[in-house]
Design a protein around this ligand. Structure first.
Ligand code: FES
Length: 214
């Protein structure tokens, strides 16, 4: 399949690729034991503010080529999280492994494209694997002493009155917010502090484009 990734807000279509990766996930650790006995070069763990699910990821890196050699993961997330992280683990290890610089350029949209689409309400599940990979790469940079490559922390506060960060806005967009009104219903952002509205509008447009190509 591949190609068209658009699925409507209320559609629950799952492609053959999604089903294949859900029923036979690649590179997954099925027990805590397996994870414990694995020696990784980098390890990452992230939680989804949208649903509370957690994703852990482990990578091995070839320091000579700067390519990811292995990518293992474990989650209690949903079918879409399993399918998209399985696909991501294949994408970063196929053809001799992806260069780290290219792994950092990957977007959740690239995974969804390879999966032949995901229902719009499940897009946030694919973000979980993507963020865990970044966290694992960052851990690798720190453990291998490559401090100049360490990625900047996310989560810049946009509206201090209500303690809303750019990440909160990203997750609201992933959960279906499309306009400033939608966002204010969920996050109360910019209601008392109108000066932040231009920045909030800019971020809505940025995340709509990033995740939905709108
Ligand atoms: S609903 Fe939690 S990862 Fe999909």
């Amino acid at each position: 399949m591949g190609g068209d990734v658009q699925t409507g807000e209320n559609e629950w279509f799952y492609s053959e690729e999604v089903k294949e990766h859900f029923f036979s996930p690649k590179n997954i650790f099925t027990s805590e034991e397996e994870a414990k006995n694995y020696t990784a070069d980098g390890e990452g763990m992230v939680g989804s503010p949208a649903c509370g699910d957690v994703m852990r990821m482990w990578i091995k890196v070839d320091p000579k080529t700067d390519r990811i050699r292995e990518c293992k993961w474990r989650t209690f997330g949903c079918a879409s999280a399993l399918a998209s992280t399985s696909m991501l683990s294949v994408m970063v290890t196929e053809n001799g492994g992806i260069k780290i610089v290219d792994a950092l350029r990957l977007k959740p949209g690239d995974i969804i494209k390879r999966l032949g689409g995901l229902p719009a309400r499940k897009i946030h599940c694919s973000v979980l694997g993507d963020k865990a990979l970044r966290a694992a790469i960052n851990d690798y940079f720190k453990k291998s002493g490559q401090f100049s490559r360490v990625l900047h922390a996310e989560g810049k506060i946009i509206d201090p009155e209500v303690n809303v960060s750019d990440e909160d806005i990203e997750h609201a967009v992933l959960e279906g917010a499309r306009t400033i009104e939608d966002l204010q219903k969920r996050l109360k952002v910019g209601i008392h502090n109108k000066d932040v509205l231009p920045k909030v509008k800019e971020l809505i447009a940025y995340y709509r484009k990033k995740h939905f190509g709108e």
